[in-house]
Design a protein around this ligand. Sequence first.
Ligand SMILES: *[C@@H]1O[C@H](CO)[C@@H](O)[C@H](O)[C@H]1NC(C)=O
Ligand SMILES: *[C@@H]1O[C@H](CO)[C@@H](O)[C@H](O)[C@H]1NC(C)=O
Ligand SMILES: *[C@@H]1O[C@H](CO)[C@@H](O)[C@H](O)[C@H]1NC(C)=O
Length: 385
Amino acid sequence: MYKIISCTLVVIFHVSVTVGKYFRYDPNTYTLLQCDQCPPGTFVKQDCTAGQRTECAPCPPNHYSDQWNFDKECQFCSTVCKELQHVKQECNSTRNRQCECSAGHFLDVEFCLPHSGCPPGFGVLQRGTPESDTVCGECPKGMFSNVTSATAPCQKQINCMNLGLKVAHKGSSTEDTLCEEESRFCETDIGLCEEALFRFPKAAANWSDVLIPKLHPTVLTLQQIESIKQSYEPTDWPFYLFKLYKSQSKGDNSVRNLVQDINDCEKEILKQIGHLPLTTKHLISLMQSLPGKAVKKKDIENILKSCVRPKQILKILSLWRDKNGGNTIEGLKQLTTNRLPKTLRKAMKRLERFLSGVSVYRLYEKIILQINGAQSQLGKSDSLL
Ligand SMILES: *[C@@H]1O[C@H](CO)[C@@H](O)[C@H](O)[C@H]1NC(C)=O
Ligand SMILES: *[C@@H]1O[C@H](CO)[C@@H](O)[C@H](O)[C@H]1NC(C)=O
Ligand SMILES: *[C@@H]1O[C@H](CO)[C@@H](O)[C@H](O)[C@H]1NC(C)=O
C-alpha cells in the first residue's frame, strides 16, 4: 500500500509540486500533506501536520545546509584542506568549507600542482590561478623569452636603431638582439639641440644673465670665462661656455633635468634626419654645399664605416663646425642645395627648420623657467648648476 502511494508521489512531485514544498503522509489523519521546505542554513525540526506548518531550526555549529531542504539534520562541515591548500572560505551555515591551492599552484583533478613555466621562446599569456594552469604562447616576431618562467611574458627585442646603434647580433625568439658598442669616434661633443638652444636668437642675453652666473662658481674658472669672452662674439658666449661646462662637468647630477630635456630633443633630431643610406659621394656633395672648409674624404669614409645612419650626418656636421669656427645652424641656412640628392636635401631642410623652430624655443622657455623657478625658490646665493 505505502509503496504504491510513494510511487504515485514521485510522478506528482515532478509534474505539479511547487518549489519549496515537500509531501508528507500524515499517519494520524491518513492524508497527504504539502509541507514547506526549510531554507539553506536550516533543517526540518518538525514536519508539518494538518494544523501546523513545518518547523525549521538553524544548523548547529560546524554544520551546514546549502539548499532548500526537508532534511532532519544539517550536513557536517566535512571538507579538510589538503597539503598545498589553504582554507579559502571557512564553513558557515549555508556552505561547506572551501579550500584553494596555495600560491603558485592549481588544482588538477584532486591535487595541487605547481604552475607550469613557459620555456624559452614562449611567454606567459595568462598567469595560472588556483584553478587553472599557466597559458603559454610562442613569442611572435620581434619578441623573445630567454627564461623558463610561470610569470614572464615575451619581451620586446631591443631596437638598436632607435638607440642610434648598429646590430651586432640579430635576436631570435629565445634571445635578445645585441647592439654594437658605439665607436667613440661617432660621439659628438655637443649636440645640435644644445647648439640651437644656446644660439637661439635673442636668447643670448638671457643666457648671459641667468645661466652664466650659475655656471662659473662650480665648474668654470673665471679665467676660462674671460678667455671665452675674449675669443668670441658676445652672442657666441653662452654656446662656448656651455660646451666647456659640459666637457668639465661629466657626472654632475644637478643638471639632470636640463640634460634629460635636451636628450629628448636630440632624439627628435635623429628622427628628423631619418635613416638615409648615404655614400661617400653624398657626403662630399654635402661638404661642397656648405660654406667654409670641407671635412676630409678620409674622415668621411671613416664616418660611413663606423657610425650608424642618423649619426653619420651629426658627426660630419660636427667635424664641419669644428673646422669652421662654427655655427651649424647658420651653415645650414646657407646650404646651397642644387648639388644635393633630393632625399638628403629634404632631410637637411627639415633639420634646419627644426633647429630654428618652435620646439627648440619651447625647450628654451622651459629651461629658463626651470632655472628662474629654482632660483627664486633657493634664493640668490644657492647655485643651481
Ligand atoms: C557563507 O559563505 C558564503 C561564501 O562562501 C556566502 O556567500 C554566504 O553568504 C555565507 N552565509 C552566511 C549565512 O554567512
Ligand atoms: C636574458 O636576456 C636579458 C636581456 O637581454 C639578459 O639581461 C639576461 O641576462 C638573459 N638571461 C639569460 C638567462 O640568458
Ligand atoms: C628674457 O628674459 C626676460 C626676463 O628675464 C623676459 O622678459 C624675456 O621675454 C626673455 N626673452 C626671451 C627671448 O625669452
